[in-house]
Structures are given as structure tokens and as C-alpha cells.
Design a protein around this ligand. Structure first.
Ligand code: NAI
Length: 411
């Protein structure tokens, strides 16, 4: 079918000049940030390729809007569109609390086996940061997306199932779990770990990044987090021998330096890593981590570069990709024009890169950087930035579009 992105035999995407891309503006501030982001992406593509390429957006329903229109938070037609077109983008979606439905986001990740949650975190000056030298922050988190406690295998305190699992645990480990205790499972597999670490190492090699840090809590959870570490080193040694080296090898063979073109594979205990991202952010480039650690560290990193409004994300699987603003629906500011659309815009920029449309991605990213540099910002940043001009969500998007036009003329 025309205008469809296809996956080649090697997994690489085959992208037509006018691909159809399903979009879900989302709930809460979703429609505002999407209305600001979409023209930026269109303008960047038009400016980069002079009309030779264009995205044919197709809006699909998900979240509250879908519930009202179709009676389901995630209608089958929306799933079919993602299945067909392979690459999609979404704003934040409301997760109803305590209604038996875990999360639209988690469901989408599971259905399309989007096993890697990728979050680049880089500082864009002069965005306010709690760090003295935020320009040292330039990390990309690869978070495993399908396993760990996020699988949701858990039993309520006092339930028959919890009692059965407690009895089994007592038999197998000798340890007592009391009847007032909820129990959850934490499955982490070799296959799940290795495809994630493989993706992180490939990315580091392709992007010329010099290290991949495996972030785990293996000192305590040996057969889950500890195994993640061991399987990570194993895949590096087996599949990337000659392209990767360990800290010991770097010390003994290269005097502690990382030779050009090689990627250092190291590991850090998760709690120590939280110190390192603050005290020595320049040491770390790509992080690979199980699901829960990745959840925490991604948001902690986002806080170092201006908060969730600035942090983009992508969920990638084999032949499928879903790009998303990483924050929630921000109901406290929805409909007031105060939302920061940067996360949504930068997620779209990641999508352009993923399509292989790097020129458009560069234009959009540079234009956003220039508007920030001139200190035009939304409410979330304006209060902490001396000399800032506060603009609405829509006006911020307009300024970036104008900047793309100027950059194109000046080129
Ligand atoms: P939230 O991210 O929506 O808001 C946390 C704080 O950050 C609020 O003060 C909000 O105003 C602010 N904020 C978030 N995005 C912003 C932006 N772009 N510009 C300026 N300020 C921004 O998190 P919360 O309140 O925990 O969740 C609200 C809803 O969002 C819930 O229903 C939750 O399930 C959903 N959610 C959805 C996500 C997704 O679709 N990926 C992720 C996280 C939460």
C-alpha cells in the first residue's frame, strides 16, 4: 500500500516520501502541545526537503476522547492503524485510577512489543537547572519496557493467591511472609535484557557515543538485576567483541582511556548512579537499565535539564515505534495555554531522526534551541529564568516555526 512505512528484511524502515503517521493528541494538555508541535514538524520537513517530503498525519483515538467517541480507551481501529503504519506519535493519556485498566501507555508498549524506552536527556541553555554545570548532561537512557515489576504480576494482601505464593516462598526459601503482605513478582529474562542492551550498544556505536552504563541493583537482587548486569556484559563480549571494552580492559590496555570508535561497557549500582548523574554527569553517555530503575532515573535526569516538559521519549520495538511526550496530562494547567510543548516537539524530532529525515530533525531542534536561547519560554520555565519573556504554548510553537523559516533563508 502506498504511503506506508515498511520494515525491510534487516529490520530497517523503508520510508516513503509522504508516509501516513497516526497521531494521538492525548488528554489534558495533549491537544494544546500537539497543536503547537505539529506545525513545527511540518515546517521543518517542508523547509528541509522543499516539498519533496511531507507527513500525512492521521489522527486516531486513544484515552478519554476515545472513551467518549468509541466506548473504549484504546479502540481496535486505533490499534489497527498503528499495526499498519508502524510509526506513531502520542501526547499524554489519562490513566483512570482503580478501574481495572492498567494504563493505555503500558498496553500499547506490550501489544507492539516496544521493548526499549529511549529518553535522550541533553541540556538546552539557558533553561533553568538545579545543577551548576548542566551543560555536562548529555545522556540517553535505554529503559527495558516489558519486564520487571511492570508486568503487574502481583497479589493483594490477605488474598488466597498471596497466601499460596507465601506458602511456596516459605517452602523454597525458608523465609516467612506474613498474611498482611501484598506480593509482586519481578521477572527479568536473558532474552529481554540482551535485546535491550544490544539496542543500547548499537545506538552508542552508530552515534559515536563512548560508553554504555548498565544500571542495576544486582548487589541485592542477584538473579534479576544482577543477571541483567551479567547478561549485558555477555552480549557485549559475544556480539560486539572488538568494538567494546570493559573498565578493566580500558585500564590495563589503554591507560584508562577509551580508544576512538570503541564503546566502554561498565556497570553501576542504581543508588550510586543517582549520585553520579548529579556529581559527574559528563562520565556517562548511554545508560541501559531494567524497567523500574529506568523509570526513576529518566525523570531524575529530566529534572536536571528543565523538568518533564523538556524531556522527549520513544518506545521502540522490532519494526514499530511510538514517540511520546514523557510527562502526563497536567490537568492542573490544561486548557490555559501554559503548557510547555518542548517534550512533544522533541519527541517529534526523535521521530524525524528515526525516519531517517535527519535534516528536518536538525532544523527543528536548532530552531527550538534558538528560541530558548532568546529566552522565550512557557510559564513552567519563565519564573526561574532571569530576563525571560513568558509566552503561551501556541506562541512558543509559532516562534519556532518562524525561526525555522529564518534558518532556511539564512542557509
Ligand atoms: P503530570 O506529568 O501530568 O504533571 C506533573 C506536574 O508537571 C504538574 O504540575 C504539571 O502541571 C507539570 N507538567 C507536566 N507536563 C508539563 C508541561 N508539558 N508543561 C508544563 N508543566 C507540565 O503527572 P501527574 O499529575 O502525575 O499525572 C496526571 C495524569 O497523566 C494521570 O492521569 C496520569 O496517569 C497521566 N500520565 C500519563 C502519562 C503518559 O501518557 N505518558 C505519563 C504520566 C502520567
Amino acid at each position: 500500500m502506498e504511503n506506508r512505512i515498511e520494515a525491510g528484511a534487516d529490520g530497517a524502515l523503508l520510508v516513503p516520501d509522504e508516509p501516513v503517521i497516526p497521531c494521538m493528541p492525548g488528554d489534558g494538555i495533549g491537544p494544546e502541545i500537539w497543536s503547537a508541535a505539529r506545525p513545527v514538524l511540518d515546517k521543518a520537513v517542508a523547509a528541509a526537503y522543499g516539498g519533496g517530503r511531507r507527513i500525512r498525519w492521521r489522527e486516531i483515538f486513544a484515552g478519554e476522547k476515545a472513551l467518549i467517541a468509541c466506548g473504549s480507551l484504546l479502540p481496535e481501529e486505533s490499534l489497527q492503524a498503528i499495526r499498519l503504519y508502524r510509526v506513531a506519535i502520542k501526547g499524554p493519556l489519562t490513566t483512570p485510577v482503580g478501574e481495572g485498566f492498567r494504563s493505555v501507555n503500558v498496553t500499547l508498549r506490550r501489544l507492539f512489543d516496544l521493548y526499549a524506552c529511549i529518553r535522550p536527556v541533553v541540556y538546552l541553555p539557558p533553561v533553568p537547572s538545579p545543577l551548576k554545570t548542566p551543560e555536562k548532561v548529555d545522556m540517553v537512557v535505554f529503559r527495558e519496557n516489558t519486564e520487571d515489576v511492570y508486568m503487574g504480576i502481583e497479589w493483594e494482601a490477605g488474598s488466597k493467591e498471596a497466601a499460596e505464593v507465601a506458602a511456596l516462598a516459605k517452602r523454597l526459601s525458608g523465609k516467612e511472609i506474613g498474611p498482611d503482605t501484598g506480593i509482586g513478582l519481578k521477572p527479568i529474562s536473558k532474552q529481554g535484557t540482551q535485546r535491550l542492551v544490544r539496542a543500547a550498544i548499537r545506538y552508542a556505536l552508530e552515534q559515536g557515543r563512548d560508553s554504555v552504563t548498565l544500571v542495576h541493583k544486582g548487589n541485592i537482587m542477584k538473579f534479576t538485576e544482577g543477571a541483567f548486569r551479567n547478561w549485558g556484559y555477555e552480549v557485549a563480549a559475544r556480539e560486539f567483541a572488538g568494538q567494546t571494552l570493559t573498565e578493566k580492559e580500558a585500564r590495563e590496555q589503554y591507560n584508562g582511556r577509551i580508544p576512538a570508535g570503541k564503546v566502554l561497557i561498565r556497570d553501576r549500582i542504581a543508588d550510586a548512579m543517582f549520585q553520579e548523574i548529579i556529581l559527574r554527569p559528563e562520565r556517562h553517555s548511554v545508560l541501559a537499565t531494567p524497567n523500574l530503575n529506568g523509570d526513576y532515573i529518566s525523570d531524575a535526569l529530566a529534572a536536571l535539564v528543565g523538568g518533564l516538559g523538556m524531556a522527549p521519549g520513544a518506545n521502540i520495538g522490532n519494526g514499530y515505534a511510538l514517540f511520546e511526550a514523557t510527562h502526563g496530562t497536567a490537568p492542573d494547567i490544561a486548557g490555559q495555554g501554559k503548557a510547555n510543548p518542548s517534550s512533544m516537539i522533541l519527541s517529534g524530532v526523535m521521530m524525524l531522526d528515526h525516519l531517517g529525515w535527519g535534516e528536518a530533525a536538525l532544523l527543528a531542534r536548532s530552531a527550538l534551541g534558538e528560541v530558548l536561547r532568546r529566552r522565550f519560554v512557557t510559564r513552567d520555565l519563565a519564573g526561574h529564568m532571569p530576563g525571560a519573556t513568558e509566552v503561551s504554548c501556541a506562541a512558543f510553537g509559532d516562534l519556532i516555526c518562524e525561526e525555522i523559516g529564518r534558518m532556511k533563508e539564512g542557509a
